[in-house]
Each structure stands twice: as structure tokens, then as C-alpha cells.
Ligand binder design. Sequence first.
Ligand code: KIV
Ligand code: ZN
Length: 512
Amino acid sequence: MSRIEIFDTTLRDGEQSPGASMTVEQKYEIALQLEKLGVDVIEAGFPVSSPAQFEGCAMISERVRGLKVAALARAVPKDIDQAADAIAKAAHPRLHTFIASSPIHMEHKLKKNPDQVFEMAVAAVKHARNRVAEVEFSPEDATRSDVDFLCRLVEGTIDAGATVINIPDTVGYATPEEMHRFIATLRERVPNIDKAILSVHCHNDLGLAVANTIAAIEAGARQAEVTVNGIGERAGNASLEELVMALTVRHDALPYTTNVVTQHIYHTSRMLSAMIGFPIARNKAIVGENAFAHEAGIHQDGMLKHRQTYEIMTPATVGRDDSKIVLGRHSGLHGYRKRLEDLGITLNKEELTQTYERFLTVADRKKEVFDEDIFAIISDELGHQVGGVTLEYFNIISGNTAVPTATIRLSEGDVTFEEASTGDGPVDAIFRAIDRALGIETTLEEYTVQAVTPGKQALGEVSVFLRIDGKPYKGTGSSTDILEASARAYVSAVSRYRAVVNPPASPTKREA
Ligand code: KIV
Ligand code: ZN
């Protein structure tokens, strides 16, 4: 069985993408999380490019001791010296130097001929080896390079001391079959190839980055360069979570192992997304909101009977909470009944049929039917309050000179609760007022806002993820007012908690 080293370049290639920049402290936090995740190498930055890049590499080198720390350098002495200085204190330093090898880059960008590029690459690797024991060399735009020149360059840089040869598909141009052939050709034609580890670095311009990485692995690459959430230049890099889970889930077809602790994947993904303010697409594989959500009635029915009907991995494998049965217009009776059960509501057969019909009319008008809608349907249809906390109203005082203050009124059955609280912002004030009103202590682990319809009157959907008494509760709310959507989401999460600790009396039971 072959072990694949995971080289994470979230902090270099990822951070380089527009809008993804991080402070030195943020980079350090992510580096600690990547260490926990079990990656083998972190590329911490490009030290010559700015003092903050240098500082980030130096801080991570000094403090993150359990993995290799790489720094990037162009194939020029100044860059190499800066990179070597930045990682000097690393427990396991690696210097990564690169120069472009494709005709288009050599002619138009570098304005050098292949012989000049060859000499620069060999000199750079020798210089780097005088400073750092582990040196990685990348022929940039390798997949658009002349294969004879590439073989010569790889042989020359291994002779000069490169210990890792990385083949980048810099512009995401290759197909899986071509990527496979590139790696296989290098292995066949470069006589000293076994003196270096072969690596692959794929960009996602055609959405093929993970497929190309896998093709390279199948051809003999033993290091894969990836980023968390696939962030990176333009369309990004091969995504760590997709590659690792493909190797894990399809181990039968892809007999390779990594050191990644898959249970840390989701947290790492969310942490990065929140830190850089990059939302994750709902349908993103592994870490997207919908990756383990089921709405179609047939799928819900299948899932509830046997989860492997529609899930190829469990959410727990990647550190997520349970799969989500989304109630909407495509849901069937089975999914509806299961949600009632989760909310602690038991109905007899007629009540179930009657409320399900009403549910379908509500579902036809809404994108998603939330728990609070279910409570309202049941109360309306059966004339009974069935528990669940309801948001009666909220008021906010806010502004750039006022301390944000929220007043809130909630009801639960016949009881009403009123409270007020200040907060760090209006949303925080609302959440604190709800906690105070219900006398509960919560930890807000995640808060996301998404526009679900376009335009000025966009419907915003807020999701919150709370922990109460150590247990997770998720809530979602929507409104054209983000504060109202936030309040509704929070109330819905809290309702779920109340339903568990204090199940609502069912209409049937009340009548009895
Ligand atoms: O995409 C690329 O070619 C790179 C190199 C610096 C490895 O990021
Ligand atoms: Zn790259």
C-alpha cells in the first residue's frame, strides 16, 4: 500500500488568491489546525514577497513543530536566501524553488531560452541545497512544456540536489489522461528519477484538479499539493478534502493512504471559511451545506430505511453532525413524520394526514419548511399549541454611536418571556436577549448568512449552530431582514433544545 504525502499550500497558493489574505496570527492558527489535521507539509508563504509573508513563515517554523514547513522562492539567489532565513528555525524545513519551463512562459514572461532556464534552475537548486537539506523544485507550467525539455530539467535539478520534483498544472489545462502520461513519462525517461519524490500540483480551471491529482498518483506521484476548500489562484487548487475523501471512500479502487485525520476536515474547512470570509458553496463536495442533506421524498425514504442508499460516507467521517433531512416541496410523508418524531411530537393517523396536507401547501410556497413552520402548522390545523419557542417580536437599537441593544418577546405554549440585552453588535444583542429570556447558556459555534433570492429585497437565510449542555443544535431562519432571520434561526435552534429536554405534549395526548 502506498502512502501519499499531503503538502498543504492553503497558506501560500491559497492565500495568494484574491480576497483570501490572512494576518500572520491567522496563518499561525490555520497552521496549528493543519498540524492537527495530519498534513505532512505546510507551505507557509513566499517570504521575499513581503515582510508579513516572511514573518508568517518564521512564526510557523518556530512554533509548529510536528510537520515540515516549506517556503517558496523563485530560482534566484535573493529569493532563496530570504526563504531559507524564514524557515531557518523549522524542525523540518523545506525550500521550494520554481521556474517556468513552458515555451509561452519562457518566451513572454521570463524572456529566456531553455538553456538559460536550465542553468538558472540547476544553480537555484544547488544554492538552496547549500542552505536547506530538503529542496523541492517545480517547473512552472509543466503540463504545457516540451516533454524532452522537461525530462532534461528534472534530471538536471535532481543531479543538483532536488529531493522532491513537483509537476504543476499551473493553468489547470491538463486532462487526467495527460497528467497520467506526464508522470509515467518522467518515471520512464529520467534516469535518476528514483532519487526524488514525485509530486503533483493541479489547478482547477476546468474543474479537473482532483481528477488530475488522482491520475498523477496512479502514475506514481507520491506527494499531492492541495488546499483546504480548494482555495487558490483563479478557480483554485485541488481541494484537500475532496482528494483525501476520494482516497478514503474509494480505497478499493485507489489503494493509497494519507496521514489525514478525516474527522478534523469539516472543522478545518469552516475555520478557514470563517477566517477569510469565503463562503462555501452549498453543493461543495464533503464540506458544503448540502453535501449530506436530502430533500427528495424518494431519497429521504431511502435514507431513513438504510442510509447507504444515498450516502457513500457518513458525515461523522469528516467530523460533521448527522445528515440533514430538509423539509421542502419534494419531501414525502416519511421525512415529515421523522421530523415530527425528532421534535418530540406524536400524532395519530388522521392528524398526520391532515397536517401533512397543510405542510405540502406551505412547502409549495417556501424553499424550506423550518421547525417553527411545523409548530405553526400543527397549532393552526389541530388547534393546539405543541411546544416550540415562538418569536413574538424583537426590537433593536443600533447605530455607529449607540450600544446595540435588543428587546425580545418569546412564547412557549401559554408562557411568554421578555428580556433585553446589549451585545457586541445587533445580532449578538438578540442572541443574548434570547438566552436571558429562556435562562440558558449557549455557545455559538457557527453563524452563516446567505442570500437565497437575488435583488434588493433578497431573502436572507441564516444558519446557526449552537452547543447547549455539550450537545449540538442547528437552526435556520429566513427573512428579507437579516436581523429577523438571525433571531428566527436562533429561536429554531433553541426550540430543538427545548423539545429534547422538555418534549412538547402531543395533541393526541392532550385530548386523552
Ligand atoms: O501553480 C504553480 O505553478 C505554482 C508553483 C509555484 C508550484 O503554484
Ligand atoms: Zn499553484
